[in-house]
Design a protein around this ligand. Structure first.
Ligand SMILES: NC(=O)c1ccc[n+]([C@@H]2O[C@H](COP(=O)([O-])OP(=O)(O)OC[C@H]3O[C@@H](n4cnc5c(N)ncnc54)[C@H](O)[C@@H]3O)[C@@H](O)[C@H]2O)c1
Length: 433
């Protein structure tokens, strides 16, 4: 679909106007992408008063059937089932979409939805290349719709309190943040190209990606480990912890990035590294370090996934399983201040953060106040951008440099070219949104 200026006028979408739903209006939602993560979208959306799942879309008919039956069971009302997300965008009665499809579709689906006047909640990583992400942020501004990224820990109050303390100097001058995500992932083996299942519209699934044959290691889920569709573990789970580190450090773009690693321990069809060490350096020398391990490994101080901040007086470590951040000062082995979800009024720990994040999104849709979004699209775009830059540095095999004011790659034409995907027509990201 390509929306023209005339379509916007016909749909009554004035650029810059902020459409909002009244406090008592029903908000009708379409879920784009009906795989694993959509289960959480369904579970959480069906709990929010005044929100109705009116449509679901996926190029895989078996999944739309399955998810529509699940919604019917929960609510007594089956949503409309679509193969093509554009049918949801054409429906003037749909107010918002939540996007949980494969990464290579995220930004284009979000841009089309914003152009069609819908509010957008889009899963992390919110884009597959830097250009489409910038265009998505621009579209959210131009069409005055709410756009929230799926980095749900931004809706945890205890993390907000911990980071306030971090900025108030609880560990002194912070000079480094270290993100880790350790999760064993077995070999994918090799799957031969074959005809796609008759229930799957393969051309639509590919969308903007390069034309190629279907094989069973792509759909569902394992597309994450192929460059045309996914962003490896750095862009999968790494983005959550990069987002926290960037929030805690209160930074936008870095200036230098290096990334090393490989796909170790087996030979399989996957392309992205299963072991990756990426360093982002800011102009003042502060560092953000991300370590991904998808093979057998130890934990670090009982942590397998999270973020640690290091300062001149001590360190602060996340304990996401227990829902708290602990501070250890001056070499002490017993924690100093602890910021825990158990002390928050609503006790939103990590297991409950997706629900809180959706509630925050719909409350902003009702109020029309973008400032109230906990993860406005630009924030999740910046964090996604770190993953994209890390992977470009990894694939280039050397340090890349970035203009910290803009996020644009400098001094390496090939790396700069990699910041924009070549999209297959007609699934192109517009130059002007
Ligand atoms: N925020 C979180 O904690 C969290 C957790 C899990 C997954 N996710 C994100 O959710 C997204 C989906 O992950 P998943 O595990 O469900 O993967 P999945 O492969 O199970 O589901 C993706 C679905 O998108 C569908 N799809 C492809 N093209 C589409 C299109 N044009 N329109 C509609 N649907 C299309 C696929 O057919 C598939 O069913 C990913 O981006 C992932 O990073 C976020």
């Amino acid at each position: 679909m390509s929306w023209t200026r005339r379509d916007f006028v016909a749909a009554g979408i004035a650029a810059g106007s902020l459409a909002r739903a009244g406090a008592n209006d029903r908000i009708r939602v379409g879920i784009i992408g009906n795989g694993g993560r959509s289960r959480d979208h369904i579970a959480e959306l069906t709990r929010i008063p005044g929100v109705e799942i009116a449509a679901v879309a996926d190029p895989d008919d078996t999944l739309t059937m399955e998810k529509s039956a699940a919604i019917d069971k929960l609510t007594g009302h089956a949503p409309s089932r679509q193969r093509d997300l554009r049918r949801i965008l054409d429906d003037k009665n749909i107010d918002a979409v939540t996007i949980a499809c494969c990464n290579h579709w995220h930004a284009l689906a979000a841009i089309w939805a914003l152009q069609a006047g819908k509010h957008v909640y889009v899963e992390k990583p919110v884009c597959h290349d830097l250009f489409s992400g910038m265009q998505m942020v621009a579209a959210s501004r131009r069409y005055g719709r709410m756009a929230q990224g799926g980095t749900q820990r931004r809706s945890n109050e205890y993390i907000r309190r911990a980071f306030r303390a971090l900025r108030d100097g609880v560990i002194g001058d912070v000079y480094m943040a270290r993100c880790i995500h350790f999760q064993d992932r077995p070999s994918l083996g090799f799957r031969q190209p074959q005809a796609p299942p008759s229930t799957l519209d393969w051309d639509l699934w590919l969308g903007p990606a390069r034309q190629q044959e279907y094989h069973a290691n792509l759909h569902p889920y394992n597309w994450h480990w192929f460059w045309d569709f996914g962003n490896g573990e750095l862009g999968n789970n790494g983005v959550h912890f990069i987002d926290l580190a960037r929030w805690g450090l209160n930074r936008r773009w870095p200036s230098k990035i290096t990334s090393t690693g490989g796909r170790f321990g087996y030979h399989d069809q996957g392309q992205t590294p299963n072991t990756q060490l990426t360093t982002y350096q800011f102009e003042d020398g502060v560092q953000l370090v991300v370590e991904i391990r998808n093979r057998y490994t130890n934990r670090e101080q009982d942590l397998s996934s999270g973020v640690i901040f290091y300062g001149s007086k001590g360190y602060m470590i996340s304990e996401h399983d227990r829902g708290c951040y602990e501070v250890y000062l001056e070499g002490s082995k017993t924690p100093g201040p602890v910021y825990s979800a158990a002390d928050d009024p609503e006790r939103i720990d990590d297991r409950k953060s997706t629900g809180a994040h959706f509630r925050n999104f719909f409350s902003a849709v009702r109020s029309g106040n973008r400032e109230s979004l906990n993860a406005d699209i630009e924030e999740t775009f910046l964090s996604t951008g770190y993953c994209l830059l890390g992977n470009i540095a990894f694939r280039r095999g050397h340090e890349i440099r970035v203009d910290p004011a803009t996020g644009n790659i400098t001094g390496d034409a090939e790396a700069a070219r990699m910041a924009r995907d070549v999209c297959r027509k007609p699934f192109t990201v517009p130059d002007r949104v």
